[in-house]
Design a protein. Structure first.
Length: 107
């Protein structure tokens, strides 16, 4: 989420002509500018953590679930939910990366 706050949200607000809203948001949450200043570290850390999470999710994809039907179903739902959250996290990181690094090259 920090990658979206530092890069995608400001670009979206300014492109929609809501620059004043961005200034207000910066006044209310001044840490947004700090995250933007250190975006290389933020993206590196986010990429590292998502990579580790992806590896662990992949390794545990066939791990056994409990025998009890209710617990087994909860285990399988949890795995499915975790997979979707991981995919959504990668999408958020990609959007933030685009606005932080690629969009600057296009202008």
């Amino acid at each position: 989420m920090s990658t979206l706050l530092c890069c995608a949200l400001p670009a979206l607000l300014v492109s929609l002509g809501m620059g004043a809203s961005m200034i207000t948001l910066t006044k209310v949450i001044p840490q947004i500018t700090w995250v933007g200043e250190y975006k290389n570290y933020v993206f590196s850390f986010a990429f590292f953590m998502l990579t580790v999470s992806s590896i662990l999710t992949y390794r545990n994809r066939n791990a056994p679930c409990p025998i009890d039907p209710k617990l087994r179903d909860a285990c399988l739902r949890g795995r499915k939910y975790s997979k979707y959250v991981l995919i959504l996290s990668w999408i958020c990181l990609s959007v933030g990366f685009f606005f932080a690094f690629v969009a600057q090259l296009l202008t």
